[in-house]
Design a protein around this ligand. Structure first.
Ligand SMILES: C[S@@+](CC[C@H](N)C(=O)[O-])C[C@H]1O[C@@H](n2cnc3c(N)ncnc32)[C@H](O)[C@@H]1O
Length: 242
C-alpha cells in the first residue's frame, strides 16, 4: 500500500486516483454480503426515512431517465423507480461489482460498473442524478459534481444524500463516540468488515460540511442549490437544479 496520502481537500484519497478507486471498490466488494443488514443496524433504521425524503426530491415523470450513482445494493434505485411515473428508468451505476451483484439478485435492474468521475452517459441526457452515501468516498468530488451537471438536461436535478456533520454542543461528541468506537465493534459482531467500518468515520472527517458542499455544487454549475439537514445534522440532502 502506498504511503502517500494525497488530500484533495474533499475526500481521503490514498495513492493515485486509480489506486483509490480500486481500494474503494475492493472494500465494498468485501462488505457487500452484509451491507444491507449492517446499514439497518448501525443507522438504527434512520436511513430508511432519509432515503424516502431523498426519493421525494427525485421522482421522475413519465419516461424520465435517472442514474443512481454509487447505487450499491440498489435501495435508492428500486425505490426511485417504484415512486416514479410509469416508463421511468433508473440505471444503477457503481464501482463495485460485488455491490451491484447483490442489487441484481434483488430484482430487475439495469446496472453498470462506472465511476462517478466519468459517467458513461451523453451530455444533457438524464433528468435526475441521485446518489446516496457515495460522494464521501469519491476521490475527486468537484470532478464528480461537474460530471453530474454534465449528464443532466435542462430542467434536470441532482439529489445528494450523504452523511454530514452533526451540530450542537454535546450531540457531536456522542455521535462521534458511537461512530468511531461502537459501530466498528457492532460490525464485527455481525461478522462485518471492521476495517471498512473504521474507514467510515475517517471518510467523514475530511468530507465538507453542508454549507461547503452546497458551495461545491454551485461551483460545478448547479443553480438553486439548497440542502436539508436530517436527524440533528447526521445526514443532509442537497439538491441542485440545471
Ligand atoms: C455506502 S455505499 C451506498 C450504497 C447505496 N447508494 C445506498 O444508499 O445504500 C457507497 C457505494 O458507492 C460506491 N462508490 C464509491 N465510490 C464510487 C465512485 N467513485 N463511483 C461510483 N461508485 C462509487 C461504492 O462501491 C458503494 O457501493
Amino acid at each position: 500500500m502506498s504511503a502517500a496520502v494525497a488530500t484533495t481537500g474533499h475526500a481521503m484519497r490514498v495513492g493515485t486516483a486509480r489506486d483509490h478507486d480500486r481500494r474503494i471498490a475492493e472494500m465494498f466488494d468485501r462488505v457487500s454480503p452484509r451491507y444491507d443488514l449492517l446499514n439497518r443496524v448501525l443507522s438504527l433504521g434512520t436511513d430508511r426515512s432519509w432515503r424516502r425524503r431523498a426519493i421525494a426530491f427525485a421522482r421522475l415523470g413519465p419516461g424520465g431517465r435517472a442514474v443512481d450513482v454509487g447505487a450499491g445494493t440498489g435501495d435508492l434505485t428500486f425505490a426511485l423507480e417504484r415512486r416514479s411515473a410509469p416508463g421511468a428508468l433508473v440505471v444503477a451505476a457503481d464501482l463495485s461489482k460485488g455491490m451491484l451483484d447483490v442489487a441484481t439478485r434483488r430484482g430487475r435492474i439495469r446496472a453498470i460498473i462506472a465511476n462517478a468521475e466519468s459517467l458513461p452517459f451523453a451530455d444533457a441526457s438524464l433528468d435526475r442524478v441521485i446518489t446516496g452515501f457515495t460522494v464521501r468516498n469519491v476521490g475527486d468530488l468537484p470532478r464528480a459534481l461537474r460530471e453530474f451537471r454534465r449528464v443532466l438536461r435542462p430542467g434536470g436535478r441532482a439529489v445528494i444524500l450523504e452523511l454530514s456533520h452533526p451540530r450542537g454542543r454535546v450531540f457531536p461528541f456522542v455521535y462521534r463516540f458511537y461512530f468511531e468506537r461502537v459501530a466498528p465493534r457492532i460490525a464485527v459482531l455481525f461478522r462485518g468488515d471492521a476495517e471498512a467500518y473504521r474507514y467510515l468515520p475517517k471518510s467523514l472527517r475530511v468530507f465538507p460540511g453542508a454549507e461547503a458542499l452546497a458551495g461545491l455544487l454551485r461551483d460545478a454549475g448547479f443553480a438553486d442549490v439548497r440542502f436539508e439537514r436530517l436527524t440533528l445534522g447526521i445526514a443532509a440532502i442537497h439538491v441542485g437544479e440545471v
